[in-house]
Design a protein around this ligand. Structure first.
Ligand SMILES: NC(=O)C1=CN([C@@H]2O[C@H](COP(=O)(O)OP(=O)(O)OC[C@H]3O[C@@H](n4cnc5c(N)ncnc54)[C@H](O)[C@@H]3O)[C@@H](O)[C@H]2O)[C@@H](O)CC1
Length: 508
């Protein structure tokens, strides 16, 4: 997992390192990372033209990094140009660049060269950015590599000004900054690399942690039990799906298909009678579940407290459900049961707030999160939520005593004790109808697999594990979006088609 720090935390550690190692030496180390990424990007470009790298240079140390990086590129016989965007620039770095044969021009004299660049390094503002800065534009189609933080993006909040310089890649120094992953960050950073400057963060507690591919694999391996092999379907996981209405007949089918594509042991579906025939045709693997059978399953589970298998291991509640009336009877009993549950879409309209015995994950997008908070007596505006999503997700996790996954370009996963994880998708592929239903199917499947949740009988799943599995499901879902987008436009059915292959890549 990649720890994520606030600007204040990074500044404090940086100050210590500067006093030990000197500012120039840190800048040169940062510049070496920047230059090697520039070289890698040029190599990927496969251009037959000689490379030409232009850097936009700002007034602070970010500009200093840019100048030292250009000096390195000059030494590698790559043609470069520095465009000075402010009256003052770092004098020592400028002298080093000129000594390496580099040329510095005022932006207004040299901006025509931007169109000829094979690559533009954005070294205008980094950690010292303040809103309202002048950020020049780069001609469309020219590749941009951001030094530390894209200029125009607030490294703390992730809010970008309109003229932000969107990058294809960002090399960020020392540690991952919260703003690169929040709000607008994922839309403007491109691929992020954290350049290790060997800073000592041992006495600093990160605000949250980013789950990347390696972390998702490690978490799954850590939770997976060797008992997995050779189990029969009731041990492999039985998922109860409560979903569907005449208004939204498709959502239940998408969630069901996704769970089946993941390899769920058995899927039981509680859908309205009008949808059942559709379900029988589109998901023949699913077995209907009526109110009476739900009650039986719950009672069977209660009696098996010390036994090996509860008949329904986990619940997925909500896709396409008619959320206008609060649940009664068997469905209300499910909300009060101790099996883990993922609750999505209209299920969020009816999930009770307050303490609950059920280990549960709520998976709202931004509007649904505001609705959940409103039901718990906390009214916030869309702006308030977008300024500090993790804070409000914490409130919801506390109010509903649940792990809450706030879905978006960056997803935040927060446990009731305030611990949190992040998953960043960067790409917009998953913003398509039905994509959330697929995530519910993936997570429902994972919660039904006791070799992952560690449940036998009714031993409850700790919130930490619920949070980690939710982050893994969100990571897999994002990866699925990228895989699917690689060879065509994305829709929920195509996501489901690719699911068996992607799940296999993650060891399922
Ligand atoms: N954090 C670290 O550990 C390291 C940081 N380094 C670099 O240092 C950078 C931070 O350096 P600085 O603190 O000099 O910050 P910047 O390089 O981001 O400089 C910004 C400068 O622009 C000014 N400024 C910002 N907004 C303005 C506005 N709207 N109008 C006018 N002036 C404005 C600021 O006052 C500051 O002087 C990092 O982003 C990174 O690139 C690296 O050199 C090495 C390690």
């Amino acid at each position: 997992m990649i720890p994520v720090y606030s600007v204040a935390q990074i500044r404090a550690v940086e100050a210590q390192e500067k006093s030990k190692r000197g500012e120039t030496s840190l800048m040169k180390q940062a510049a070496a990372h920047l230059a090697s990424t520039a070289v890698a990007m040029l190599a990927e470009g496969h251009s037959t033209e000689p490379a030409f790298v232009v850097a936009l240079i700002g007034p602070g140390n970010n500009g200093g990094d840019g100048l030292y990086a250009l000096a390195e590129l000059q030494q590698q016989k790559i043609s470069t140009l520095a465009l000075q965007c402010h009256e003052q620039i770092n004098a020592e770095a400028a002298a080093a660049y000129q000594a390496a044969g580099g040329t510095i021009l005022d932006l207004s004299d040299g901006d025509g060269e931007l169109a000829n660049a094979s690559l533009v390094i954005d070294a205008i503002y980094g950690l010292g950015y303040r809103a309202g800065s002048d950020v020049p534009s780069v001609p469309a189609g020219v590749r941009v590599l951001a030094c530390d933080v894209p200029s125009g993006l607030d490294p703390e909040t992730g809010v970008a000004q309109d003229s932000v310089l969107r990058a294809e890649r960002t090399v960020t120094f020392g540690a991952m900054k919260a703003g690169l992953l929040s709000v607008d960050g994922p839309l403007v950073t491109g691929e992020i690399t954290v350049a290790d400057l060997e800073f000592d963060f041992s006495s600093v507690q990160p605000g949250t942690q980013l789950v990347d591919e390696q972390a998702a694999r490690e978490l799954l391996d850590q939770h997976r039990s060797w008992r997995d092999a050779g189990r029969h379907k009731y041990q492999r996981g039985v998922l109860g799906l409560i979903a569907g209405s005449d208004l939204y007949p498709g959502a239940a089918q998408l969630t069901a298909k996704a769970a089946v594509a993941c390899g769920v042991g058995l899927l039981r579906t509680h859908v309205p009678d009008s949808i059942q025939p559709l379900m029988a045709v589109s998901v023949p693997e699913s077995v209907p579940l009526d109110d009476e059978q739900i009650k039986e399953a719950l009672s069977f589970s209660r009696r098996q407290i010390h036994g090996k298998s509860a008949k329904i291991k986990a619940w997925a509640i909500g896709p396409g459900l008619d959320g206008r009336t609060p649940p009664t009877g068997a469905i209300a009993d499910v909300f009060a049961s101790p099996q883990p549950a993922v609750i999505d879409a209209s299920g969020l309209d009816v999930v009770p707030a307050g303490p609950s015995e059920q280990p549960r994950v709520l998976t709202p997008h931004a509007k649904e999160l505001r609705m959940l908070l409103g039901r718990a007596g906390v009214k916030i505006t869309p702006d308030e939520l977008s300024q500090d999503p993790i804070r409000w997700t914490r409130w919801a996790a506390l109010a509903y005593n649940a792990v809450v996954l706030l879905k978006g370009p960056t997803s935040y996963i927060v446990a009731p004790n305030g611990d949190s994880l992040m998953v960043s998708h960067s790409a917009p592929e998953l913003a398509t109808a039905g994509s959330g239903d697929v995530l519910t199917g993936i997570l429902g499947y994972m919660l039904s697999d006791s070799s992952l949740t560690g449940t036998e009988g009714l031993r409850t799943v700790p919130n930490r594990r619920m949070m980690e599995l939710t982050a893994c499901a969100a990571y897999i879902h994002g990866h699925l979006g990228r895989v699917t987008a690689a060879d065509g436009t994305v829709n929920a059915s195509r996501l489901i088609d690719n699911l068996p292959k992607v799940m296999k890549q993650f060891g399922f």
